[in-house]
Design a protein around this ligand. Sequence first.
Ligand code: 13P
Length: 287
Amino acid sequence: MLVSAKEMLTKAKAGHYAVGQFNINNLEWTKAILQTAQELNSPVILGVSEGAGKYMCGFKTVADMVKDMIDELKITVPVALHLDHGTYEACYKCIDAGFSSIMFDGSHYPIEENVEKTTELVKVCAEKGLSLEAEVGAIGGEEDGVIGMGECADPDECKMIADLGVTMLAAGIGNIHGKYPANWQGLSFDTLAAISDKVGAMPLVLHGGTGIPEDMIKRAISLGVSKINVNTECQLAFAAAVRKYVEEGKDLSGKGFDPRKLLAPGVEAIKATVREKMELFGSVGKA
Ligand code: 13P
């Protein structure tokens, strides 16, 4: 069964660990992440961007696939199905489609408009039992055509949005989607500490989990980060494993061209990446 992310994140914040959000792209991705979460007895959040939702034939197809897969694979750990960086319109589409969690990314609106739209969504999500993530301070890098400059969030604005009653808050602290450039300055822990002080028990979300060094991840968790988003790292691992299979000519030998064989090394690579992250984030055994 799908659950909202509220309980798993409240527990994570209190227990000083983080739950991973892993973005999904297709059936293989979804199955790999669910099976790994079950194997490690870890809660998990499946992230779906608008682009990925479109690719998978719409949010309803995604929600139905995930629910059926949870039944079929007998997944008993808590699973949240979460819209990643949703526009206002996509939030409503996902609520209708049966998602259990949404992110309204109002970071590019003036703060007043972000507040107004977030307030409305807080009410709708509370009525329907969904968790809601809000964002303050754009996350750097490019994701599905949305480009953020990587600014640091203003702690007072974070407090203002947190007080609206959202479930979790994503705050820009110098993090970037995709690979980090060689001259990256690292996470701004001063900003994170100031935000944490202001928002108290509210679970904080760290986007752009790919490529953040382990010590920074651990420090971020110690300062109140309870949800960490990982997307690119699974994609890189999948692509490298499938590339190796093809470069070794395995698709040309016997029935190696069978998509179930061709994609299998990619699936194993996703599983290994998810396992590594769950161990690092401390969510293993916390279901
Ligand atoms: P990465 O692709 O950098 O891991 O970021 C994922 C993310 O933040 C999704 O919202």
